[in-house]
Design a protein around this ligand. Structure first.
Ligand code: G6P
Length: 614
């Protein structure tokens, strides 16, 4: 988490940095700051607690000149979110300023050693330790800033993307990465750097993804140079950026989340484009076909993921087990990485991540690889670390997701999982032609179906007003829609701060039923599937204990519609695709409750979209 941005060139750096920070605010918004290097090499550093707009107000009467600068938006790890702990941080003498995304794990030992050498610290951050270490190396060895960065990073254990500027040196920014993302944009006589490509998109489409253990030298008088910690130069691999500004703006919607919910018919179209034949309904994912032997001989598939991606994986598990007859387990990446999993070269590990940067998922991939597994990635962000670290994979192609609560990425992930299941099942011969065509045809119909589901917006916006009082919700679902219940509850928690629990409907009897009363509403998913009758009984159990039920049902439903207090009616598709259909009203439900409560939907408290620390 944390977003970093930098600029060096001939334009005024400040507006570029501020706009960049706004694009990266999804990565954290506890505090923000900027350091500008003036023509004569002075550094002006401004930082304060709160969001980027607070920083803009804070600096409104300050000297913002300079064509070189670095800036940061923070998600606090070490030290509370206040003005002092905000980045950039100065070194002890004030000669070097740094921004940092990540965690320096051995900061305590380094800090102690620096204190013994007379260094004093103003903040509680690990970052201030790093900038002082750079200064210490520079001074004791009388070396260049680059050599000092290299010397310091050799002593550091942890994850970082950093950028440093130095007093008296208005021609250079030095940036480095280890396990936190870093992209450099190349313009005409100018360079940009950022945690992802979104701050660069209006200036250049030429980007270089800096790799682990690499240092980028952004010097105004020279082409981009990339070296490692031992100064061995690597080839600069320039990529074309496929992203447009309109994808990064709200497009008339009050919030990114609402825009992204409404985009889903289009994002599903983009996700299936070229992968399902419109005539034969044959599904083909080249990332699978190219490694068909791995999938045909797989002993087991292990999904590793976090948050919403973990919920999508639970749905993927059901699909793959049902149609491919391969045993599947779903692991939280954060648990998997510290376990001793029984994995061998006959296993496939599928890492699922919207951002492609989640630290725990990356660590899980590393562990899986060390055990010989074939690692497959399902990511949204093109060129992200997970996409690069995996042996093969498939992109979601749903476009940048900016709202912190994941919406279109979830439906994209489930769509991709269905296409994976169909591709593998076809290769293995474990699905009938008829079934495969029915599901593929339904995938093809999904965008139209979602357009219809989105017309429920006003109905949902209206009836949620009655539920803003609630302190707790329970979400019930079974089969394919048990994970959808988990995801619905997560959406509500994330943006409305209402406690919500997702539960397999029948398990409710083993505990949560004790909580049911008129003050704790139940959201029940009761669409037409093979467990429908069972869910009906579960809803009955809630009703007979005085519970209020909001049910998501099929358009033709006659039973639950009579029992429930509120009904949301959705079209029916193949059972395995219903989580996609059901997810949309659940997203709208959470969205409208949060709006009614006057909360910051796109930037909910304490959360960050890209969790690059463990
Ligand atoms: C954070 C985000 C969630 C996301 C999770 C995993 O918690 O707020 O929306 O599901 O990280 O992120 P990933 O990018 O790996 O899918």
């Amino acid at each position: 988490m944390c977003g970093i941005v930098g600029y060096i060139g001939t334009r005024d750096a400040y507006p570029i940095l501020i706009n960049g920070l706004k694009r990266l605010e999804y990565r954290g918004y506890d505090s923000a700051g900027v350091a500008l290097v003036t023509e004569n090499g002075e550094i002006n550093l401004y930082k304060c607690k709160g969001k980027v707009k607070n920083l803009e107000e804070f600096v409104s009467n300050s000297d913002l000149s300079g064509h070189v600068g670095i800036a940061h938006t923070r998600w606090a790890t070490h030290g509370e979110p206040n003005d002092v702990n905000a980045h950039p941080h100065y070194s002890h003498s004030g000669s070097i300023a740094i921004i940092h995304n990540g965690i320096i794990e051995n900061y305590a030992v380094l800090k102690e050693a620096l204190m013994e050498n007379g260094y004093e610290f103003k903040s509680d951050t690990d970052t201030e330790v790093l900038v002082n270490l750079i200064e210490y190396v520079r001074m004791t060895n009388n070396c260049s800033l680059l050599e000092a960065v290299q010397g310091a990073l050799k002593q550091v254990i942890g994850a970082y993307a950093i950028a440093v500027v130095e007093k008296g040196n208005p021609k250079e920014i030095i940036a480095a990465r280890q396990s936190s993302p870093l992209v450099v944009g190349i313009g005409k006589g100018e360079f940009f750097l950022a945690s992802d490509a979104s701050p660069l998109v209006e200036y250049t489409d030429k980007v270089v993804y800096i790799k682990n253990g690499e240092i980028a030298l952004l010097n105004i008088d020279s082409p981009l140079k990339v070296v490692d910690f031992d100064n061995v130069e690597s080839k600069v691999n320039v990529k074309k950026l496929e992203m447009s500004i309109s994808q990064l703006e709200k497009g008339g919607y009050p919030h990114f989340m609402l825009k992204e919910i409404n985009e889903q018919p289009k994002t599903i179209t983009d996700c299936i484009r070229g992968r399902i034949s419109p005539d034969s309904f044959e599904v083909k994912l080249s990332g699978i076909i190219d490694h068909a032997d791995k999938f045909l001989n797989a002993r087991r598939i292990v999904f590793v993921a976090c948050g919403t991606s973990w919920h999508a994986s639970l749905i993927g598990k059901r699909m793959i087990e049902e149609y491919c007859q391969i045993p599947v387990v779903v692991e939280y990446a954060s648990e998997f990485r510290y376990s001793n999993p029984v994995i061998c070269d006959k296993d496939i590990v599928i890492a699922v991540s919207q951002s492609g940067e989640t630290a725990d998922t990356l660590a899980a991939i590393e562990l899986a690889k060390s055990k010989g597994a074939f690692v497959f990635g399902i990511c949204n962000v093109i060129g992200s670390s997970i996409a690069r670290e995996t042996d093969s994979g498939v992109y979601l192609h749903v476009g940048p997701e900016i709202g912190v609560a994941s919406t279109k990425a979830f439906t994209g992930q489930v769509t991709v999982m269905a296409m994976i299941a169909l591709t593998v099942a076809k290769e293995k011969g474990t699905i009938s032609e008829e079934k495969a065509v029915t599901i593929a045809r339904d995938l093809y119909r999904l965008p139209k179906v979602l357009e219809k589901v989105l017309t429920l917006n006003n109905q949902i916006a209206d009836f949620v007003k009655r539920f803003t009082y609630a302190k707790n919700f329970i979400y019930l679902g079974r089969g394919y829609n048990y994970p959808t219940a988990l995801e619905g509850a997560l959406k509500l928690k994330e943006i409305s701060y209402i406690h919500a629990e997702g539960y397999p409907a029948a398990e409710m009897k083993h505990g949560p039923i004790a909580l049911i009363d008129q003050d704790m509403p139940t959201v029940a998913i009761a669409v037409t599937d093979h467990v429908y009758e069972k869910v009906v009984s579960n809803i009955q159990e809630v009703k007979s204990r005085g519970g209020v039920v909001i049910a998501i049902v099929a358009e033709k439903d006659e039973i639950v519609s009579k029992m429930a207090d509120f009904c949301i009616k959705v079209p029916s598709l193949s059972e395995c695709l219903m989580p996609i259909v059901v997810a949309v009203p659940l997203q709208l439900f959470a969205y409208h409750i949060a709006v009614c409560k006057g909360l910051d939907v796109d930037q909910p408290r304490n959360l960050a979209k890209s969790v690059t620390v463990e």
